[in-house]
Design a protein around this ligand. Structure first.
Ligand code: ADP
Ligand code: MG
Length: 152
């Protein structure tokens, strides 16, 4: 966070840090968090600054760029949609990522996705309700493990 403040970002809020269990062949664990920051820079300049911080962080740990220590993404901003070859806002994959939506809803639950019109809170609920619905489809009449129908 100090490094991000050094490049001119003002922190307004920070979510809890949520750990993601090892996934895929790398078996690495990731710590995910979301922050609300304010900056005078436009989104493309901000992306450049974030990439600089990612690289500096990796280099400090003596890791190559391929073995990423830090991934800083722009999820949403207050200017609606941004679409350029380098940068897409909202982030293209954020609606499908629980590790983004879970921390995001803590601090920005009422922020709206300008593409779907849904709030972060709504997107998170939609994503986390999909899995139980699939199980019921194959076993009609069953309840989920918490004994509740539909809402965990
Ligand atoms: P991801 O963060 O989606 O898992 P990467 O960090 O590998 O994947 O992103 C690769 C490239 O995606 C970046 O170099 C950047 O130019 C581009 N990009 C497009 N939109 C965004 C965004 N909203 N935030 C961060 N990077 C983005
Ligand atoms: Mg990234």
């Amino acid at each position: 966070m100090e490094v991000l403040e050094d490049v001119g970002l003002a922190f307004h809020d920070l979510s809890d840090i949520i750990e993601t269990p090892p996934m895929g062949p790398s078996q690495r664990r990731y710590a995910n968090a979301v922050a609300i920051v304010e900056t005078k820079h436009d989104p493309e300049t901000l992306l450049g600054l974030l990439k600089g911080v990612e690289q500096a962080f990796g280099n400090r740990r003596g890791q190559r760029w391929g073995a990423r220590a830090l991934d800083l993404d722009i999820i949403l901003w207050n200017g609606g949609v941004w679409a350029s070859p380098r940068l897409t806002i909202p982030h293209a994959a954020f609606r499908e990522r629980t590790f983004v939506l879970a921390p995001a809803r803590q601090i920005a639950g009422d922020w709206r996705d300008p593409i779907t019109g849904l709030s972060v809170q709504h997107l998170h609920a939609r994503l986390t309700r999909q899995q139980p619905a699939t199980r019921w489809a194959s076993a009609p009449g069953c309840k989920n493990s918490s004994g509740n129908a539909r809402n965990p």
